[in-house]
Design a protein around this ligand. Structure first.
Ligand SMILES: [Mn+2]
Length: 358
């Protein structure tokens, strides 16, 4: 079924007759418009994509089923264009995304709408609910995004050695992803080494890789809007006993996590199973060890102690347990995973045995 029709059905159940969509990834998902500063309005009399002169041509090409409104020309202000469009669309009660609308925008839009007798009503997760299970086309985009990441990491490995800086490695990795067809990097690359690897979201710096360092690489590509997410941790030179022990524990944790991903599994399940094997290391483990991924890097379902959703076939979710010991270092291993009827399929394939780089 047409996505706009589905959205109308969902909002009608809430007693509304129209939806204003402002979150970039939701606009992209619903309309096909792939850039910023686009806003969708769906009502009983039609569907509209509002943007400005910079993006009008792109909008016309990417959303042929939508009426494109260039608010620069028609109303000189986005809130005014929204009000005018609602009148044309036959909307009396308009839903908006309360988590992605600033108070300032809300106030402006609301005052104009109320002049026309239109009510503005907060909603949550209308579009996100539709995005939870991925279509075949989305899965194909995610597959390619993961393949790009795999190839780029393979090309990076020969450069990981003592003396190279984190920033240089990061630049090579991101260059490779683009050379392999990524439209962009999926998110800010985490490429850190040595004791810094205990920083879950550490940033690459001019620090040089040294003998005995872990090198943790958490990165992804973006392809047709879809983001891959994977992490591998390497060791440069011979690992010591503790490094081997922590690495093996994380590898085993990731395996257990993957075994607990399937259609019908609860978002809390993998975390609960992983905790059983951590022993004294549990205090260095971080519970947020997986999340949905797609047009956004972090989507439902969020795995871990606060997880609330049930995994469904064709959800795409990461599995990324780690142990992070302040002042010593950390290990994380992460794959992007497709949920299937009886289990899962990893979409990232880079090997997971401890790779000792010399
Ligand atoms: Mn992740």
């Amino acid at each position: 079924m047409d996505k706009a029709k589905k959205i109308l059905e969902i909002v009608q159940e809430k007693g509304l007759d129209g939806m204003y969509i402002s979150k970039e990834s939701n606009v992209n998902y619903v309309t096909g418009y792939p850039d910023e500063c686009g806003y969708a309005i769906i009502g009983p009399n039609g569907k509209y994509l509002l943007t400005d002169s910079r993006f009008t041509e792109l909008a016309e090409k990417s959303c042929p089923d939508y009426k494109i409104v260039n608010w620069h020309l028609t109303s000189r202000s986005l809130p005014k264009a929204i009000a005018n469009t609602c009148i044309e669309a036959g909307i009396k009660k308009l839903g908006f995304e309360e988590c992605f609308t600033t108070f300032d925008k809300y106030t402006q839009i609301n005052s104009l709408l109320s002049e026309s007798g239109i009510e503005l009503v907060p909603t949550q997760n209308v579009i996100e609910t539709l995005r939870y299970v991925k279509s075949d086309e989305e899965i194909e985009n995610l597959r390619i995004s993961c393949q790009i990441a795999d190839k780029a990491l393979e090309e990076l490995v020969p450069y990981i050695k003592p003396g190279v800086t984190e920033r240089e490695l990061c630049a090579r990795l991101e260059f490779s992803m683009k050379m392999h067809g990524a439209q962009d990097i999926g998110f800010e690359t985490i490429l850190i080494s040595g004791a810094k690897t205990s920083l879950l979201h550490g940033k690459p710096s001019d620090k040089k890789v040294e003998e005995g360092d872990f090198v943790l690489v958490d990165f992804g590509a973006k392809y047709n809007g879809y983001i891959s997410d994977m992490t591998r941790t390497f060791i440069v030179g011979e690992p010591n006993e503790k490094q081997k022990e922590v690495y093996e524990l994380v590898r085993k944790s990731q395996e257990i996590g993957l075994e607990n991903m399937k259609n019908g599994a609860h978002a809390k399940d993998p975390d609960a199973e992983i905790r059983k094997i951590l022993g004294d290391y549990e205090e260095f483990y971080y519970s947020g060890m997986g999340h949905g991924v797609g047009l956004d890097l972090h989507e439902e379902p969020f795995l871990g102690i606060n997880g609330s959703r049930i995994m469904e076939t064709n959800c795409v979710i990461t599995m990324e347990p780690g142990i992070y010991i302040p002042g010593w270092g950390g290990v994380r291993i992460e794959d992007t995973v497709l949920i299937t009827e009886n289990g899962m399929e990893t979409l990232t394939h880079f090997p997971k045995e401890l790779m000792i780089l010399k």
